[in-house]
Design a protein around this ligand. Structure first.
Ligand SMILES: [Fe+2]
Ligand SMILES: [Fe+2]
Length: 398
């Protein structure tokens, strides 16, 4: 099916430039180019689009206002801001209703990739069974308080390692949990970390931020879910998976940012299980029974009973909370990275292998040979299957 993309800018030259450079994509995309926000809204009344790519600074109506209206009227449309570099900071502060921010002049490849991956995520999240399932949840849990506070702080100009550390330190329970995690053996930090600021310095802001989010989310889920799944076990599995994913990324000489993101995606990858167990207790109980009786993996039992899996449900919630797209993709495709549109060893693949390795280590420490459930199509294509023994050796030595 062809995608419908709407580009909005007040400068005709820019629109013409886009039209020219994107011409080769006409076989995949139906593109419309609209001069100004008012014209765009008129067009939207008549036709539907999958993605809108809008400029920020425009006379009459600016991009922020346009995207806000689009968000309200057409909530499933992917909203991308394409703004001048100097406006970037202002844009990110003022536009809360965009999914992605790109700066002008934008490399054609970057723009195409952004639109393509947005469409693929939208496909996944727009599936009927997921919509149906989400419709059954009265109100989605809102973003955890401490995490929201950290995000807010990071938006301010004075944000620093120390100021973020201070916010976390105010919450003694959280501080204790973060320190307990980072000092646990699987993090492999050679010395004892005694305060949160130190943890932020050692692990990086993004990792600590996601640890906080993980702790908050996992403790948010009530006792009801507790009787069919162990929230603590899932959390433990997620954090350990995070460490393994980061180790693999480092062994494969990926950059630090990617390694950190792999850890973040892993820390949250099974979050959807809690949501499903909490809101659909009876059906989730059936899932767990099926897993026990037939020995099928959890996600397969979920798909059979719900039509969707915890991967998509978790990705949806985190998307709602504004986590970056690549993290959400890593979570959404963690059981089947070969289904993701962008090829290459990315976050989906890292979370996938890391979580399987974690499971196997848990069940047969040091003795497993092959990874059951591995997406062999993905691994073979990328010639990664032979790397597994090396990764295994590394994590087992730790
Ligand atoms: Fe999973
Ligand atoms: Fe998992």
């Amino acid at each position: 099916m062809k995608r419908r993309i709407l580009f909005v800018d007040d400068e005709l030259n820019i629109l013409k430039g886009l039209q020219r450079s994107l011409r080769p994509l006409r076989q995949y995309w139906d593109m419309e180019f609209s001069e100004g926000a008012v014209n765009a809204l008129e067009l939207l009344e008549k036709q539907s689009f999958d993605v809108i790519v809008s400029d920020m600074r425009m006379p009459q109506m600016d991009g922020a206002t346009l995207l806000k209206i689009v968000q309200e009227k057409y909530p499933t449309m992917v909203r991308i801001v394409l703004s001048g570099y100097s406006d970037q900071e202002m844009t990110m502060k003022s536009v809360k209703s965009a999914h992605q921010y790109l700066s002008k002049p934008c490399d054609k490849k970057v723009l195409i990739t952004a639109i393509t991956r947005a469409c693929s995520l939208q496909d996944l999240l727009n599936k009927k069974p997921l919509q149906h399932l989400l419709g059954g949840i009265e109100s989605m849990p809102s973003i955890p308080a401490l995490y929201a506070q950290i995000m807010e702080e990071l938006r301010s100009a004075e944000a620093s390692t120390a100021s973020v550390g201070k916010i976390i330190a105010k919450d003694m329970g959280m501080t204790a949990k973060v320190l307990q995690l980072v000092n646990s053996s699987f993090f492999g930090i050679p010395r004892h970390i005694s305060n949160v600021t130190e943890a932020v310095v050692m692990l990086g802001m993004d990792v600590v931020k996601s640890l906080v989010l993980g702790i908050e989310v996992f403790s948010m889920f009530s006792k009801k879910a507790l009787s069919i799944i162990s929230v603590e076990k899932i959390h433990d599995h997620c954090v350990k998976t995070g460490v393994i994913a980061k180790d693999i990324a480092t062994l494969e000489k990926m950059d630090k940012k990617k390694a950190d993101n792999a850890m973040i995606a892993s820390i949250l990858h099974d979050l959807g299980k809690l949501l499903m167990a909490q809101y659909f207790y009876d059906d989730y109980k059936k899932v767990m029974e099926m897993v026990l009786q037939k020995g099928v993996p959890v996600f397969k039992a979920e798909r059979q009973i719900f039509g969707v899996t915890h991967a998509e449900v978790g990705a949806y919630l985190l998307g709602l909370w504004g986590l970056p797209d690549n993290i959400i993709e890593g979570i959404a495709f963690h059981h089947n990275p070969s289904n993701f549109v962008l090829k290459g060893f990315g976050l989906c693949g890292l979370v996938h292998v890391a979580e399987l390795m974690e499971h196997h280590e848990q069940r047969q420490p040091g003795t497993w040979d092959t990874l059951n459930g591995l997406d062999t199509e993905y691994m073979d294509k990328l010639e990664l299957t032979d790397r597994i023994p090396l990764w295994r050796e590394y994590i087992q030595k730790k």
